[in-house]
Write a protein that binds this ligand. Structure first.
Ligand SMILES: Cc1cc2nc3c(=O)[nH]c(=O)nc-3n(C[C@H](O)[C@H](O)[C@H](O)COP(=O)(O)OP(=O)(O)OC[C@H]3O[C@@H](n4cnc5c(N)ncnc54)[C@H](O)[C@@H]3O)c2cc1C
Length: 477
């Protein structure tokens, strides 16, 4: 590749791998970088090469084992035709350049064209006790199983809402872990109402129903429409409490030593934001998303987005969108579309994406995050754990009339200003602002991203010889 045509893909999940495959088939050699050590992304995450445990693909990926294997095999075959950079975090992005970190080494990666396929992360909404040791997101609970071959506890409760709730419960029980209960904040009626849209992808819908039925027949307690979730414990998790559907006062409690909790997924859009892409509010995803055309072109020339990082749509959609964005990029470079087995044309990719979009609307209806939960948050509950900002501090700032916009609230209280840069607490702060002001989420501004998009060491010296060692004089902090 000449310097004038330097194509970079961030993310080696379903979207990134299929984008790379399409580019390579057209004779282009992209750089593919991923912060993970191995390709596969979230759903097809591979255990470490020398992880010390063995689980078959069938055990790791269940019904998706064949797709996982196909993606892994594709990427392995592409390696000689790519500049693949694992363990490489893209922590900042500006016009024509990514800043990356690999094993403590700062590497600036210029690009002429960039496909951002950075996927999603859990949607975190706080509940009392959520900062206790032993509380994980549902995604993290699954990462522990896939990547480390372990469960998050001996007696686990999974809570929140979203398809991952039932999938992780199923995977845990199948792997021999003890799931004491599944607590879903969504009502069954909402899930039934979504059935016609979910039925647009009958095989996927059937899998979801299978997980729930399997859990029920294996004696796993499932409670729906729960509210007022609270994790209890002194030094770590000892129990979880909730209010059952229809009850206005009585709470129930179940003992556990670990909790996995989240409320669906949200796209990782920070790199697009730093690159200057225009955003729009998306009611389905309940968040701001980069403006894209049907092919994945952003408002910034040469920058494309694909997969869950452009809006949550799932792994099958991510594969289609990755291919579609790569075709758009080839069009923009005037390179003919590749032909061959598995390589579909742009129109058929877009039709596939539209079909999945209807299913996705069903998922968002079935598993909408609980409305008005921010109204129940006690004043002393931490919302932003990096900066230790509680709900009371945010309420006081809003009620004093000092902040009616999210970046103003951040500036005045430091919510979202710490290590996570709002990736964990941003949605909670926005929900609270919306609850207090009575304004819809889209009228309260968009939390602006700042580099680094994920925590990085202050000094590469901390990583000397690949070992993270904090100098003595810095240890007190
Ligand atoms: C924790 C978690 C678990 C999930 N489990 C399931 C599941 O079991 N079943 C299911 O159907 N769906 C699951 N999903 C959703 C599913 O992962 C996605 O629908 C699908 O993987 C989307 O593919 P993608 O290529 O868009 O993103 P991903 O598969 O998420 O891949 C994105 C890749 O980009 C990399 N990346 C992100 N940011 C950077 C950066 N700044 N620098 C370098 N690399 C970066 C990540 O390391 C990752 O490998 C899960 C999602 C999450 C967040």
């Amino acid at each position: 590749m000449t310097d004038a045509r330097r194509i970079v893909i961030v993310g080696a999940g379903p979207a990134g791998v299929r984008a790379a495959e399409t580019l390579v088939a057209a004779g282009v050699r992209p750089i593919v970088l991923d912060e993970n050590a191995r390709w596969g992304g979230q759903i097809y995450r591979q255990p470490p090469a020398n992880g010390g445990f063995q689980r078959s693909k069938k055990a790791l990926y269940g019904f998706e084992a064949r797709k996982a294997d196909a993606l892994h095999t594709t990427m392995a075959a592409l390696l000689p035709h790519l500049d693949y950079r694992p363990d490489t975090l893209a922590w900042a992005c500006e016009a024509g350049r990514l800043d990356t970190l690999n094993a403590g080494r700062e590497i600036s990666v210029p690009f002429s064209h960039l496909i951002i396929a950075s996927g999603a992360t859990d949607r975190v909404l706080p509940v009392p006790g959520w900062t206790l040791p032993g509380v994980y997101t549902l995604g993290a609970a699954q990462v522990a199983l896939k990547s480390q071959g372990c469960a998050i506890g001996r007696r686990v409760v999974l809570a929140g809402t979203g398809p991952l709730l039932y999938l992780v419960a199923y995977q845990y029980v199948k792997a021999g872990a003890h799931v004491a209960a599944v607590l879903d904040t969504s009502p069954l009626s909402q899930q039934i109402a979504a059935a016609p849209k979910l039925a647009r992808l009958p095989a996927t819908f059937a899998k979801g129903l299978y997980y729930v039925t399997w859990l029920t027949t294996h004696g796993v307690r499932i409670e729906r429409e729960v509210s007022s979730l609270a994790v209890r414990g002194e030094a770590s998790v000892q129990a979880i409490e909730w209010r059952a559907s229809g009850s206005s006062t009585a709470t129930e409690t179940i003992a556990c030593d670990a909790v996995g909790i989240s409320f669906g997924l949200k796209p990782e859009t920070q790199l697009a934001d730093l690159a200057g892409c225009r955003f729009r509010f998306d009611a389905g995803n309940r968040c701001w998303l980069p403006e894209l055309d049907a092919a994945g072109r952003s408002s910034v020339r040469g920058i494309y987005l694909a997969g869950d990082g452009a809006g949550i749509a799932g792994a099958d959609a991510a594969e289609l969108a990755g291919r579609r964005a790569a075709l758009a990029l080839l069009d923009d470079l005037g390179i003919a579309h590749p032909r061959g087995p598995g390589l579909r044309d742009a129109a058929s990719l877009e039709r596939g994406l539209q079909r999945i979009a209807v299913f996705r609307e069903g998922i968002e209806t079935a598993f909408a995050p609980p409305a008005h939960c921010a109204a129940q948050w006690p004043d002393d509950m931490i919302v932003c754990r990096c900066e230790e900002v509680d709900a009371g501090a945010l309420r006081r700032c809003i009620r004093d009339g000092e902040a009616n916009e999210i970046n103003r609230l951040k500036a005045l209280t430091r919510v979202g200003m710490g290590r996570c840069q709002g990736r964990m607490c941003g949605e909670a702060a926005l929900s609270l602002l919306s609850e207090e002001t009575g304004k819809p989420l889209d009228a309260l501004g968009r939390l602006r991203s700042q580099p680094p998009v994920k925590p990085i060491p202050l000094s590469p010296a901390l990583y000397a010889d690949g070992v993270a060692e904090i100098p003595a004089e810095a240890r007190d902090e």
